[in-house]
Design a protein around this ligand. Structure first.
Ligand SMILES: [Zn+2]
Length: 349
């Protein structure tokens, strides 16, 4: 017994115990570290495999953000891949999940903005509107939010509210002249009480000052006041509205006025409604006029496309606001020769 106590008290023995303990602890820590790293790597590999396959789940983004400390911008960039693929629901879910974990005010605003834009793109206008209004509550000078809000009000046909937003943007030094003229015209057209005559006069006054509303005005006239249109046809540049002229029903055309308008004579000779012209300066019209005179009927027609003067994108359908760059009344019409649909073709389809 004495012997053991003596041995235990031996300073050398104590030192050996201490060294062994240190060794055991560091050994365990080292291997535990390796084990943990291996687990994390496995987890990460699983994650990256899913990412390669484009199967990243909403929670994975939070995981990437919180566990792997991936920068916030990179997470947003990854999530934007859903937007490019048109999978808006997935993008919305990612943003919503991230929103629960993000505390920073700027990041939160950025997420709300992205969420609003995605809702807008997927057609949830009310939800999108609510989000932008929420952003504007704590950030009233957010131009992006205001711009979207204006377009949303416009799409929801709340033109008065859209004009209020336009005024806000004007106060932030954005040029809103075109938007305001356009919205004023829409307010006139959509007034439920005033008569077509009154609307015509108001629009005509606006048109004299601002030619940019030409197409909206003509569309209104062709629908509600054709008499006025033909009486004032010389006030319009028919070249800018060639598609509207081309698709007019034969019975809606005032040919007495047509004969006085050089460009309309060319259009309706090309269309085959009248036949008093041998040639046209316009190459496409010229071909159509020649084809109309041909004894074997060759079916050809015009088709139209619209080029945005701001972003130069080409669109098959006219829109008052460019879906690509959101500029207003920026479309110019261009006409091309196209194969016409024959009776046989139609019955085959
Ligand atoms: Zn555009």
């Amino acid at each position: 017994m004495d012997n053991i106590v003596l041995e235990y008290r031996d300073p050398l023995f104590g030192l050996i115990i201490l060294v062994s303990l240190v060794f055991i602890v560091s050994f365990t820590t080292y291997y535990y570290g390796i084990y943990k790293e291996r687990l994390a790597r496995k987890d990460y590999r699983k994650l990256s495999r899913r990412f390669e396959l484009g199967k990243l789940k909403e929670d994975d983004y939070v995981h990437l953000y919180k566990t792997y400390n991936l920068p916030f911008d990179s997470i947003l960039l990854l999530a934007s891949s859903f937007l490019h693929k048109g999978d808006y629901t997935k993008a919305i879910n990612v943003y919503l999940t991230l929103l629960e974990h993000v505390t920073d005010r700027v990041k939160k605003e950025e997420l709300l903005e992205l969420l609003g834009i995605t809702y807008f793109k997927s057609g949830f206008l009310q939800r999108s509107k609510e989000l932008f209004l929420r952003i504007l509550k704590f950030s009233p000078r957010n131009k992006e939010a205001l711009t979207y809000l204006l377009i949303i009000y416009e799409k929801l046909k709340d033109f008065e509210k859209a004009k209020e937003v336009a005024t806000c943007l004007e106060e932030l030094n954005k040029n809103m002249q075109k938007d305001k003229i356009y919205l004023d015209s829409l307010i006139i057209i959509n007034d439920p009480i005033s008569s077509y005559e009154k609307k015509t006069n108001l629009l005509y006054e606006t048109y004299k000052e601002h030619k940019i509303i030409e197409r909206i005005f003509v569309q209104f006239l062709l629908q509600f006041n054709k008499t006025f249109f033909w009486e004032h046809v010389e006030d319009f540049k028919t070249k800018n509205i060639i598609d509207l002229m081309w698709y007019l029903n034969f019975d809606d055309i005032d040919f007495d006025k047509v004969y006085k308008n050089d460009y309309l004579v060319q259009i309706y000779n090309a269309k085959g409604y009248i036949d008093n012209l041998k040639h046209s300066d316009d190459f496409v019209f010229d071909i159509l006029i020649l084809l109309n005179k041909h004894e074997h009927k060759i079916n050809a027609t015009l088709n139209f496309e619209f080029i945005c003067s701001s972003c130069k994108q080409v669109h098959p359908i006219y829109d008052t606001r460019c879906p690509h760059c959101h500029d207003i009344l920026s479309f110019n019409v261009r006409h091309n020769l196209a194969k016409g649909l024959t009776q046989d073709n139609q019955s085959l389809q």
